[in-house]
Structures are given as C-alpha cells and as structure tokens.
Design a protein around this ligand. Structure first.
Ligand code: DLL
Length: 449
C-alpha cells in the first residue's frame, strides 16, 4: 500500500477513479429507483409517480427527481416512508427537533453495516488507528452520535470507551486512566472536558496520549478549532458531519490534509448544493446541501434538503481521496437571525469573538426583545483574568470587530473566566431569546458585569 492511501479505511473505494465513481453513482441511483418503485409504499408510489422505472440511467438524471423536505418525514411519522417491511429493520434512531414529534428513522442490518463502515472511514480520516483507545462522549440512545461513531470505532478495531454524554469529572478520569488516543464528542463538550481535566490536574496525563478529536453534531468555526487545539495541546481537531434523516454521523468528514473542508462519502450519499430556487450553485458559492442516499435500504431519501449551508470545494485533496468536498458547515438556512433588517448568522459572531485569544470558547448570543427595538447582545467570557484597562480595550475591540463584520451595532458583555453556563449534554445552545415575559438567562448570568 502506498503512503498516499495508507490513511484510508477503504482506499480502493475512497480513492476510486472519478469516472468509475460517477458510473457507480448512476448505477446505484437506477437501482434505488427500481427498488422504491417496487416497494409497495404509498409514499414512494406518490413521490415517484410519472417516473418510468427504466428512465433513470445516469446520475445526471437525478435533476429530474423531486426534492424532499423534513416535513415529509414528520407527516409520515413514524414509518410511512419505509421502503422495506418494518420486520426487516433492526434499529431506530430519532432526532429530537425543536417542536412536536421527533423524526424517526429506521435501519436494516445492511444499513447498520454501512453506518459502521462510514464512521470507520471518518475516524481513520481524523487520524484514528485500530490500536487506539477511542473515548466516545456523544450521547448514546435515540441520538445517532453515540452509537453511530461507536460502531465505526469497533469496525475499525479500536478499543471503544462508550462513555456517552455528561459527567465531565468521570470522563476525564476515564480518559486519563484508560489512555484515550482519540476523543469523539461535540466540539463544545471537548472544550469543557479540557477545562475539567485542567481543574482536576489530569490534563498533562491525558495529553501525553490524546492525538485527535472527531468533533461534530453542531457548527464550529476555525477560530473554535484553534481554541480547542490550544486547550488540548497536541490534539488535532477534525470535523465530522451527518444528520439523522440521512443516516447520522459519517456522511462527511475532514481528513488530516483537508483542514476546512470535508469529504462527502459520495459513493453512498450524492451531494448537491442548491440556491433558494433549487438551482445548482457553482463551486465556492454557498447554498443548501441536498443529499440523496444511493444505497440505504430501510429509509432512503431523494434530494433531501438538509437545511445546512455549505459550498463545494473544487480541486483534488492532497490525501488522495477522490470524493467531492464541501466547506465546513457554517450554519443552517433557518439559523439566520434578522436584526433590525440585517441578516446575521451566529457563525459570523463566533468567528469574530473567538478570534481573540483573550476570550474563552464559551459565549451566548442574546436576542433582547424587551424593548420595541430588537437588540443583539453578545456575552463572551475571559479565558484568563485581565486588568480593568485591558478589559475595557477588549470590550471595545470586540464591539468594533462585530460592527465591522455584521454592519450592526452589537452590545458586548465580557464575563469572568468560568462564569458562563457550561452545557454537559447535547448540542451547544448559542442563541437565547429574552422577552419581558421570559428571561431564561436571568438565572444563568450575572448581568452586573
Ligand atoms: O448531529 C449527527 C451527528 C452526530 C453528526 C455526531 C456528527 C457527529 P442530528 O441530531 O440529526 O444528527 O443533527 C443534524 O446537526 O443538519 C447540522 O445542522 C448539524 N451538524 C451536524 N454535524 C455538524 C458539523 C447529528 N460537523 C444537524 N458542523 C445537521 C455543523 C453540524 N453542523
């Protein structure tokens, strides 16, 4: 095996000749459509009505298929979109969503196998090896993160520690005692673990072994990556992306060479990046990521609108993988805040704040609706204590940086180190709304500073 391909889990597939890959995608799409047509499912019959079974011959024909939106999964809750009998499925997962019923997805044994293989690919892309101890602190349960990465780690042959979320004190003790080489969790939790390890005097011991992180499930910026790599000295922080409706983690992952972009495992998930009208956008331009599952059995999706904003990254990657690459996910289409007529993505705020070494990685974006005019307030936190002059200068510099980037006046508060709420489970909540009737932050922050 050449050194070019030695860091892949499935080099023959991950570095496949692009022409062969395209042909394979076309064959898989055609097979999928035939399978769905034959599935006796009213949902699929309606979705593909008017499409002749033999009319899909290549991946270009995908454009002729309809888009799918999340509401379709909700409307067909729980099993209306299954393409196989429920008896042929072996597991369900669910995403909690913000309101109403969760979205339930199901897997056949072959789907679970694919889930494991693609997560093994992602772990290897991050620098993982079979002789590693891999500490997994994604939540286990209905959430896809814990079990998804877990099966990937086992498939690779790593020694998996299924720690699940929460309980940072126990987690850092385990990491030190068992000698974690890799850490898989949300980036915000990885930062919290670094603080806890430091407080408990375990950081040096852990850092002796810890080489890489497989971090995802929530947006994080390059600036956040720097914070994490400073907090865990010697660790390479890598991005992993996925979503329940399509499979879970392991849809795309960063490799060690592609910092800032992710390889989509496009022999199984065909990506498009579309504008609001559903038209493809050129490489480098942002749009909504739309995914088609080419091989999933139980719950395939066709041209699923993920709601996630990204762009295609052109050109080959130094690692030798031939898959298409997407830029790191900067946020969701529906994340956009409209403040006094100006569109703001939380990721832009994060980029400005965390670019300053003096602030920690914890922050809150507060939409203050108590007055007629909506105010945007950003609450940051000092990484280490500073004197009053430097604090005043920092406040000014953050406010100026935010104003320049967002073209908007933003209130800035900077708290003492450790003052902001630390979230121990789930995805980091960055945006909080304060109204006269409801101030969820009153109990969480000291508004005097
Ligand atoms: O978060 C699956 C996952 C688990 C991915 C563990 C990575 C690691 P859901 O709960 O369905 O599934 O949430 C999916 O989370 O549409 C994105 O908006 C966001 N997301 C996931 N990974 C990333 C990432 C899992 N690396 C939703 N960067 C997606 C930015 C991410 N956003």
């Amino acid at each position: 095996m050449s050194t070019m391909t030695s860091t892949m889990f499935q080099p023959e597939l991950e570095a496949m000749d692009p022409k062969r890959l395209r042909a394979l995608q076309g064959e898989r799409l055609a097979a999928l459509i035939s399978r769905l047509k034959a599935s006796h499912s009213p949902y699929w019959a309606a979705k593909l009505a008017g499409l002749e079974p033999g009319s899909i011959g290549s991946i270009e024909d995908l454009q002729r298929l309809p888009l799918t939106i999340k509401a379709e999964l909700r409307d067909n809750f729980p099993f209306g979109m299954l393409a196989v009998p429920l008896a042929d499925t072996v597991r369900v997962h669910a995403s909690s969503g913000t309101r109403g019923k969760p979205t339930v997805v199901a897997y056949t044994a072959a789907d679970i196998d694919l889930f494991a293989v693609l997560n093994a690919r992602a772990i290897v892309a991050s620098g993982g090896r079979r002789e590693d101890v891999l500490h997994i602190a994604y939540g286990y349960g209905l959430f896809t993160g814990g079990l998804g990465v877990h099966f990937g780690g086992e498939r690779l042959g790593a020694t998996v520690v299924p720690a699940s979320g929460g309980n940072p004190g126990l987690q850092v003790q385990l990491m030190a005692d068992l000698g974690a080489d890799g850490l898989a969790c949300t980036p915000s939790f990885a930062l919290l673990l670094a603080e806890r390890a430091e407080a408990d005097g375990l950081k040096e011991r852990i850092q002796k072994k810890l080489r890489y992180g497989v971090f995802g499930a929530e947006p994080w910026s390059e600036a956040f990556r720097s914070k994490l790599e400073q907090a865990w000295e010697g660790l390479e922080a890598h991005d992993i992306y996925g979503l329940t409706e399509v499979m879970g983690p392991g849809v795309a992952a960063e490799c060690r060479e592609s910092r800032g972009s992710l390889h989509i495992f496009d022999d199984h998930f065909y990506p498009e990046v579309l504008d609001e009208r559903g038209e493809p956008v050129p490489p480098g331009m942002p749009g909504e990521l739309v995914l088609t599952t080419l091989t999933k059995e139980a719950l395939p999706v066709i041209r699923y609108r993920t709601g996630d904003v990204t762009s295609f990254v052109a050109g080959p990657c130094a690692c030798g993988r031939t898959s298409r690459r997407i830029a790191r996910l900067s946020g969701r289409v529906d994340d956009m805040l409209v403040i006094r007529g100006i569109n703001v993505y939380p990721s832009e705020i994060e980029a400005v704040l965390l670019d300053d070494r003096r602030v920690s990685g914890h922050y809150q974006i507060i939409l203050d609706r108590r007055d007629a005019l909506l105010e945007l307030v950003v609450r940051a936190e000092l990484a280490a204590p500073v004197g009053p002059d430097e604090r005043a200068e920092l406040l000014q510099s953050l406010a100026a940086g935010l104003k320049e980037r967002l073209r908007l006046r933003v209130g800035v508060l900077v708290g003492e180190p450790g003052e902001l709420l630390r979230q121990e489970t789930g995805k980091a909540k960055r945006v909080w709304e304060v109204t006269s009737a409801d101030d969820p932050l009153a109990a969480l922050i000291d508004t005097a500073s």
